[in-house]
Design a protein around this ligand. Structure first.
Ligand SMILES: [Ca+2]
Ligand SMILES: [Ca+2]
Length: 307
């Protein structure tokens, strides 16, 4: 009697175990099938995207570049003189109709009316590597309250450790002929620019006047509407055309000629239907025939041949 009960109990247990095994197996099969379907779908999606991508290189050439104007980072340091109104931010735009005004003050003995202001400018050397720069220009837009002074633009010579304009295209200064009239005054640092830009791309620009008036003389005011620097050099520009229906992400670029294969990393997006120019100061095209090859993130390539 007891043996019969134990036997039925064991048979019942066996049945439950079988059901659990079957259920677990079913769950496992569902999970595996779902993953396979999902993986297949993703693969198809990637394949589809890769096929839809249609990127071309339509041009590659060396050309001259001129950077945007770079403006002062912080407030000007006044060596002699005073600030009357405004701030350095007013010298950032040439068209905003607002300016910063400074005034001559008496220098330490012998007392003379002088004005010296210095501004810090930074060249982003990741955008403009120093070896691609040919020269640097400084532009000042200013007006003055009297025309008795000549005005000079100089820069800190990191080698000589002093402000200087040696080697600039203009070392004779600029003298306004009409008080209150706005004047654009530009100097070019020619091939001596490298002495005035340190290895981090910092250039310190100085503006000062040149007449040493006695305390009984005129105390001049100057309005600085704009003070900026810009860079001129050579770089290589590429034109990419995306005729596909998806945005293309270009991740590498090759310059190939008979003797060299050079690879450059790129991180550049071209929107669908867009033709756009991409400039690289650090890329040099060979003088003879060459190929430009690009690779997108989806693995497509495009080639441009120069003849
Ligand atoms: Ca003076
Ligand atoms: Ca301004």
């Amino acid at each position: 009697m007891l043996e019969g009960i134990i036997k039925r109990f064991r048979q019942g247990n066996h049945g439950i175990s079988s059901i659990i095994v079957i259920m677990l197996s079913l769950i496992l099969i569902v999970v595996v099938v779902a993953n396979v379907v999902l993986w297949g779908y993703e693969m198809n999606q990637l394949d589809w995207e890769r096929m839809q991508e249609k990127i071309e290189v339509t041009d590659a050439k060396c050309e001259r570049f001129v950077s945007a104007w770079l403006v002062v980072d912080t407030e000007y340091a006044i060596y002699v003189g005073s600030r009357v109104s405004g701030s350095y931010l007013n010298t950032h735009s040439i068209e905003d109709g607002i300016w910063e005004t400074f005034q001559e003050e008496l220098s330490p003995a012998p007392e003379r009316y002088r004005l010296f202001i210095n501004g810090n400018f930074s060249i982003d050397i990741s955008s403009y590597p120093l070896n691609t720069i040919e020269t640097v220009e400084i532009l000042l837009k200013y007006n003055v309250s009297d025309t008795e002074e000549k005005w000079y633009l100089k820069a800190y010579n990191w080698t000589a450790q002093e402000y200087s304009h040696n080697g600039f295209n203009n070392t004779s200064g600029n003298q306004p002929s009409i008080s209150g009239a706005w004047i654009h005054y530009t100097v070019n640092l020619t091939d001596t620019w490298r002495s005035y830009v340190n290895d981090n791309g910092v250039i310190l620009v100085q503006l000062h006047e040149g007449t040493l008036e006695l305390p009984s003389g005129t105390q001049t005011r100057i309005g600085v509407d704009f003070l900026g620097i810009r860079i001129k050099g050579d770089w290589t520009s590429f034109t990419f055309s995306n005729e596909g229906s998806l945005t293309a992400h270009i991740v590498s670029l090759w310059i190939i000629n008979s003797s060299h294969h050079t690879r450059y990393n790129i991180d550049f997006f071209v929107n669908s239907g867009e033709s756009t120019t991409y400039a690289r100061p650090d890329v040099c095209l060979p003088p003879e025939d060459f190929l430009v090859k690009i690779v997108t993130e989806r693995g497509n390539t495009a080639v441009f041949a120069s003849h």
